[in-house]
Design a protein around this ligand. Structure first.
Ligand SMILES: NC(=O)c1ccc[n+]([C@@H]2O[C@H](COP(=O)([O-])OP(=O)(O)OC[C@H]3O[C@@H](n4cnc5c(N)ncnc54)[C@H](OP(=O)(O)O)[C@@H]3O)[C@@H](O)[C@H]2O)c1
Length: 251
């Protein structure tokens, strides 16, 4: 399947929300971008965005974007589309704040929910409306295995991801037949910056594996991808664990 079907065969234009995200950048690297592709890295820190852009092929630009600034997301989307049609958005902003910190200071819990859920909703609704109007586009959403079932050790993060996962599935159904596609990416534990210092969980993967599996799903016409693939079966099993046993899961 052609990942970037567009009317006039011009080079694609791609937006990465969370422009320094290891997983987002790994997806871009795995896509084998056609010559002339325009990549917009959107995020909070101009210097780190520029450094991330040096590793990528194509024409790179940066935009200021804060996932928690929901008031600004409509204007942000308007600015993106004012410069031309958009072929793909990868929604990768996220923070993993330890549960203890979120309980000690509830503003940190709000930061995690706003970054990992609310900000995706407002940004992607504004972008989806524009993509629907242009009749094409792909929306890649970074969910997580944490969305499957909240663990007591990490339930604020899990709740935000569950909300995001539900939002993405609803958005996909709402866009069905419009020419706009939603691809839901559900990695397990990825060995990288976000999980630095944490003990590895079973079925861990690397950012490169997430990139390759997402690119394969995009090319293969799939709408959901678990990384690694056996996580799909594990997720089913996790849902069936009786509650008294589930409560004893320590991490
Ligand atoms: N790593 C894993 O094990 C794993 C597993 C499953 C799902 N995920 C999800 O995959 C996504 C990408 O994670 P990653 O592994 O690539 O982590 P990462 O390398 O730490 O990237 C997170 C990105 O989110 C950005 N970000 C954080 N708060 C933001 C805000 N308020 N506004 C705008 N951008 C913000 C960061 O930007 P700054 O440079 O400004 O900090 C960074 O670009 C996240 O949604 C994460 O929850 C990760």
């Amino acid at each position: 399947m052609n990942i970037f079907p567009n009317e006039v065969g011009s080079p694609p234009r791609i937006l990465l929300l969370g422009g320094t995200s290891e997983l987002g950048l790994a997806i871009l690297a795995a896509l084998g971008l056609p010559a002339g592709t325009e990549v917009i890295l959107a995020g909070r820190d101009e210097q780190r965005l520029a450094a991330a852009g040096k590793e990528l092929p194509g024409r790179i630009s940066t935009m200021a974007y804060d996932a928690t600034d929901t008031d600004g997301h409509q204007a942000f989307a308007d600015a993106v589309f004012a410069a031309g049609p958009l072929d793909m958005v990868i929604s990768a902003a996220g923070v993993l704040i330890p549960q203890d910190d979120a309980e000690r200071d509830v503003r940190r819990a709000a930061e995690m929910v706003e970054t990992n859920f609310t900000g995706h909703v407002t940004s992607l609704l504004a972008i989806a409306t524009r993509m629907r109007a242009q009749g094409r586009g792909t929306i890649v959403v970074l969910s997580s295995v944490a969305a499957v079932r909240p663990r007591k050790a990490n339930f604020v993060y899990g709740a935000a991801k569950a909300g995001l996962d539900a939002f993405a599935r609803g958005l996909a159904d709402s866009l069905h037949g419009s020419g706009v596609r939603v691809v839901l990416v559900r990695p397990g534990f990825v060995i990288g910056r976000m999980t630095q210092g944490m003990p590895r969980a079973p079925l861990s993967s690397t950012p490169a594996q997430v990139g390759a599996a997402t690119a394969a799903a995009l090319g293969g016409g799939k709408d959901t991808v678990w990384i690694p693939a056996p996580l799909a079966g594990l997720a089913l099993a996790l849902r069936l664990v009786p509650r008294p046993l589930w409560r004893r899961v320590a991490r």
